[in-house]
Design a protein around this ligand. Structure first.
Ligand SMILES: [Zn+2]
Length: 425
């Protein structure tokens, strides 16, 4: 992805630098050739050349671009889970993914980490974004997901003879787990997404207390992935699945729903980050009936919402790391709603706005393994900046409203917001 050339000054705003430090009033940010050289009080501004681009934050907020930590660009606001890999061909889903990449950038997300994709689209989408063919977030690619046979993601009955190849690699035992990871190595992904546990979406046979992979399978996935420099994460709701993942050496946990003191100790000892994705649960409860979900599914989501919120509070309090992202791409939780995750963490989970923003910027970049490149507004980092018309700390909900974005900037280049339309500068 190109970076800007020349000098950029953003002034007249309240600076949230993403480190968790209190906001600085009457602040300014300066970037040279796409990298930050100053972010702090306006009175400390260095001498600047006359030739520069200047953005007036109008007394609003200057903050790091957001990081969507669990993004599914290929999910097409699907109403029926079983439509995911069979409704459209790869050609169409690729175009959908490109449109979602543009949308997430317009929503203020300058980076995103995939939580799994259809076919092998993420890897090529990432390439297209990096080559400035299409606008989108700096992307960490995931691929087809790994799940045990008969587990949560293995829903097509045998008689249909269509398998699950476009969405998941189904495994029986450690050898097949290794073989699946090797396919993903060839696909070029960075993250291996697995299904250690079930979910409220599949009551009884694969509910949120059910295991969908054995420890030996998970351990084989980690050994093979790490050997090739790939990271491993997993859909972890059941307590035993969380502990298996931590003991197997997972690099992150998705959801981390039912933590307990022992799991927390394991998590902290390894400094493993968690992406709870809670707005999805809320949306499933609020809108599930509209989409024909049975009561037992909705009840299950109530349980995973309460468990997930409690676990997130426990992790934050203990000094663990949380990324914010939310499984957007389902009919009841569509693309474009990404920042509802932040509002939910403030209004429902009880995080402060500043804590929430730190999770959604700094921690997100760290989970992507790129914390030294972006995620905070500090000298040396890429100028991935969001300029917002309004006080985000006073009302986090402003971030849900794209029309309030003055500028969405990647590497010093204006990509979206009132001052620029998403596109290649
Ligand atoms: Zn997901």
């Amino acid at each position: 992805m190109k970076t800007a050339s020349g000098m950029l000054l953003i002034r007249n705003g309240r600076l949230i630098d993403g480190t968790g430090a209190p906001a600085v009033t009457d602040a300014a940010l300066v970037a040279r050739d796409g990298r930050i050289i100053y972010a702090g009080p306006a009175r400390g501004l260095p001498e600047l050349p006359r030739e520069r681009t200047e953005i007036d934050a109008r007394g609003g907020t200057i903050m790091p671009g957001l990081v969507e930590a669990h993004f599914h660009p290929t999910y097409f606001n699907v109403a029926q889970l079983e439509d995911l890999d069979i409704k459209y061909p790869v050609e169409y889903v690729t175009l959908v993914a490109a449109a979602n990449a543009k949308l997430v950038l317009e929503c203020g997300y300058t980076a995103a980490r995939s939580g799994g994709c259809l076919f092998n689209i993420d890897f090529w989408l990432k390439k297209a974004i990096e080559n400035d063919l299409v606008p989108g977030p700096r992307l960490a690619a995931s691929g087809r997901e790994i799940c045990g046979v008969g587990g949560l993601m293995d829903w097509n009955p045998e008689f249909r003879k269509i398998g699950m190849e476009g969405l998941v690699l189904l495994i029986n035992g450690p050898d097949e787990a290794r073989a699946a990871v090797r396919k993903l190595v060839k696909d070029g992904v960075e993250w291996v997404k697995t299904y250690p546990t079930g979910d409220a979406a599949a009551p009884r046979v694969n509910d949120h207390h059910t295991l969908c992979m054995t420890f030996d399978e998970m351990h084989a996935v980690v050994g093979t992935a790490h050997n090739h420099g790939l990271k491993v994460t997993g859909h972890c709701r059941a307590n035993a699945g969380i502990k298996n993942a931590l003991k197997a050496g997972y690099d992150a946990l998705e959801h981390g729903t039912f933590m307990d003191a022992e799991a927390l100790d394991l998590l902290l000892a390894r400094n493993t980050p968690v992406v709870p994705a809670l707005q999805f649960e809320w949306a499933s409860i609020e809108r599930g009936r509209e989409f024909g979900h049975p009561q037992e599914v909705i009840d299950g989501h109530k349980e995973t919402l309460e468990g997930g919120a409690e676990s997130a509070r426990m992790i934050l309090k203990a000094g663990g790391r949380l990324g914010l992202g939310g499984d957007y791409g389902f009919a009841w939780n569509p693309h474009g709603d990404y920042a509802k995750e932040l509002t939910f963490f403030v209004k429902y989970v009880g995080f402060s706005a500043l804590e929430t923003i730190t999770c959604a910027t700094k921690s997100g970049a760290e989970i992507m393994g790129r914390g030294d490149e972006f995620g905070t507004l500090q000298p040396g980092k890429l100028a991935d900046v969001l300029v917002v018309d309004g006080d985000v700390l006073g009302d986090i909900g402003i971030l849900e409203d794209r029309s309030r974005f003055i500028a969405v900037i990647q590497g010093g280049i204006l990509k979206a917001g009132q001052l620029g339309r998403a596109g290649i500068a």
